[in-house]
Structure formats: C-alpha cells, structure tokens
Design a protein. Structure first.
Length: 191
C-alpha cells in the first residue's frame, strides 16, 4: 500500500528531476545544518549560517543542485571529522531524550525549578521507556516489534542530522504507552 501511494510521486519526480528520487526530502539540508564547520571548534572559516544566505543559494542553484551541494558538504565534513561527528551524534541522542545535550551540567546550572523538573521528567520518561521495553521483551509480547521499532528507529535521522526536543514529540504517545507498561505491566496494552 505504501509503495502504491508513493508511486505517482516517484514517477513525477523521475520525470521532473530526470533521475530516481523516490520521495523528495530535505534531509540533505538537515544533515548539513547539523554537520558543518560551525561545529568544529578548530575551524578558521566564518562560522555562521543565515536563512537569507541559504534561501538565496537555493534560488540560485535550484532545488536538486542545492540539496546535492549540502549533501556533499555534510559528507565531506563527516569524512574529515569522524570523531567529532560521533560526538555530535551522541550529543544529539542525549538531547533527543533529555531535552539538552548536557543534562547533568544544565541541571546543576539551572536557576529555575521548572527547568530542573523538565530534565528530571525527561530522565524518568527515558528510564520508564526502557523498563517498558524490557517488560515487553520478558513477556514476549507481539506488540514489542512495532512499539520498539518506533522509539528506537524513528529518532535515528535526528541523531545523524540535528535534533531538538520537538523532534521527539511524534514518539511521545509511544513513550507514554511504554511508561504505562513500565508502571502497570504488559497487560496494560491489552483490551
């Protein structure tokens, strides 16, 4: 069904762009925006990105060339800085689940009770998600695969490109379900 739904757009993209593009995506830009010289503390280049500059470049190059350029620049950055890239990916994974890339430091420096509460809540929800997954594994629940794949696979593009806490919002209903499983047990997923 997914294939049939995507087929008209794929055919349109092949005709319009003269190459195979199954589903148009701005991932190349997102990948570049999280993996460029701005993140290299030893870079000597001008480290700023402006919306105007990128919009002008997009209009000048065209969509396909713009995204090809961003993909190439991001791939070159990753190839030139593999350790930094792994560090950025790890920091983004932490930020996805805690709301900040350095939760311990931010918790200790927070001057707001609410900021500390949010970091604690995110830590609790991550722990409860893991416990919920473990309970489903131990119970050999048929719901394990779809639920686990959603919280384990969905965030991967954000770990690779860039993230913010809002990127986790589509996972939050499944996180809430796993929190219920952690607290009430796997029987809470049955009707």
């Amino acid at each position: 069904m997914i294939f049939l739904c995507c087929l008209p757009w794929t055919l349109r993209n092949c005709h319009t762009f003269h190459r195979f593009i199954p589903i148009r995506s701005n991932f190349a830009y997102e990948f570049w925006s999280g993996n460029n010289e701005i993140f290299d503390p030893e870079s000597r280049s001008v480290n700023r990105v402006t919306r105007y500059e990128q919009a002008h470049l997009y209009a000048t190059l065209g969509e396909t060339a713009f995204f090809d350029d961003k993909w190439q620049k991001a791939a070159n950055f990753v190839e030139a800085h593999p350790r930094l890239y792994l560090h950025l990916c790890a920091q983004r994974a932490v930020a996805t689940w805690f709301g900040t890339g350095s939760p311990l430091q931010d918790f200790s420096h927070a001057d707001s009770f609410l900021a500390r509460l949010l970091i604690l809540w995110n830590a609790f929800s991550l722990l409860a998600t893991l416990v919920g997954l473990l309970r489903l594994v131990l119970k050999r629940s048929p719901a394990l695969f779809p639920i686990a794949s959603f919280v384990l696979v969905f965030p991967i593009p954000f770990y690779l490109a860039h993230t913010s806490l809002r990127h986790r919002h589509p996972c939050d209903p499944v996180v809430a379900l796993l929190m219920a499983v952690a607290i009430l047990g796997p029987q809470s997923t049955r009707k």
